[in-house]
Design a binder for this molecule. Structure first.
Ligand SMILES: NC(=O)c1ccc[n+]([C@@H]2O[C@H](COP(=O)([O-])OP(=O)(O)OC[C@H]3O[C@@H](n4cnc5c(N)ncnc54)[C@H](OP(=O)(O)O)[C@@H]3O)[C@@H](O)[C@H]2O)c1
Length: 262
């Protein structure tokens, strides 16, 4: 773990909502040289308990975030949001550019196709749904609650939709069923689920990481087609691929600031 550098505590705002952010929160909380706050959008009803103090809800766009960073005297903004949370990540870039505050993003590598995978890739959720066959199919949707509206493009399929919190399905999705569950998931369990529901297609976002990879492995094992949504593009920013890399980066950053007497 990091060693606390002498001098002022490093003030960090951690944008969360992911397993990486939870892990980072726990590690940062143990460092006496760091004062960090975890920020959550407030989408999930019962977020995992956090080791840091937590603030919840939007900032009011990039300007609101920049105001928050200045007001709270933040030194470093850590973006550990989901790879598909493109708006907050774009806001993080704009806000740190505007305020001159440092930004580091944790960007897990995307999943790469391996032999046995039967993927077709799409840039948008709506394209992945529209590309399902005309005839009704048994489809597993791991696209999340925000993509449920997009399923109305092709309401005739028998969707099995997995989300974190319960929700009411649109009445157009008369053949859909809902599963509420929070990852990490196991390949064995997802394969059983796909067999039980006779799944022929999986709709997925290329989130990367291990917690949600089980459905991809299960689809490979059972020869199921995956309609994979590519990640949204973002402007250039400093990134690291993992929590450990982020902690090393932060330690170096903290040390260099202390050397400069900041
Ligand atoms: N998109 C996914 O597939 C997905 C999957 C798993 C977890 N998540 C997590 O769920 C949260 C919301 O995702 P999203 O796709 O709705 O994001 P988004 O579209 O990028 O963000 C929409 C708005 O929500 C607010 N927001 C998002 N993340 C925030 C955070 N950590 N703290 C404070 N405000 C935040 C911001 O509001 P203001 O503009 O008002 O500041 C942002 O403009 C993120 O924290 C993300 O890490 C998303």
């Amino acid at each position: 773990m990091m060693t606390a550098a002498p001098g002022r505590r490093l003030r960090i705002l951690l944008l969360g909502g992911t397993t990486e952010a939870s892990a980072l929160a726990e590690r940062l909380a143990r460092d006496a040289g760091i004062a960090a706050t975890l920020s959550l959008a407030g989408r999930t009803a019962n977020p995992a308990a956090a080791a840091l103090s937590v603030r919840v809800g939007g900032f009011g766009g990039a300007e609101g975030l920049a105001d928050y960073l200045r007001r709270e005297n933040i030194d470093l903004l850590l973006d550990a949001t989901h790879p598909f949370a493109a708006r907050i990540s774009a806001n993080a870039i704009a806000a740190t550019t505007a305020s001159g505050i440092s930004l580091l993003a944790i960007e897990r590598p995307p999943w790469m196709r391996v032999p046995g995978d039967d993927w077709i890739e799409y840039d948008r959720v709506a394209e992945a749904v529209s590309a399902l066959p005309d005839e009704p199919q048994h489809v597993f949707s791991a696209l999340g609650r925000q993509a449920i509206d997009a399923l109305r493009i092709a309401p005739h399929h028998r969707y099995v939709i997995r989300v974190v919190d319960p929700l009411e399905l649109p009445k157009e999705l008369a053949h859909a069923s809902l599963i509420t569950a929070r990852g990490p998931f196991r390949t064995e369990d997802d394969a059983n689920l796909f067999e039980d529901h006779n799944i022929r297609y999986v709709l997925a976002k290329n989130a990367g990481g291990s917690a949600a990879y089980a459905k991809i492995e299960a689809a490979r094992r059972l020869g199921i087609k995956v309609h994979m949504v590519r990640r949204p593009a973002l402007p250039p920013r400093t990134t690291v691929p993992s929590v450990d890399d982020a902690l090393r980066w932060i330690a170096d950053y903290h040390r260099s600031r202390s050397d400069l007497g900041v």
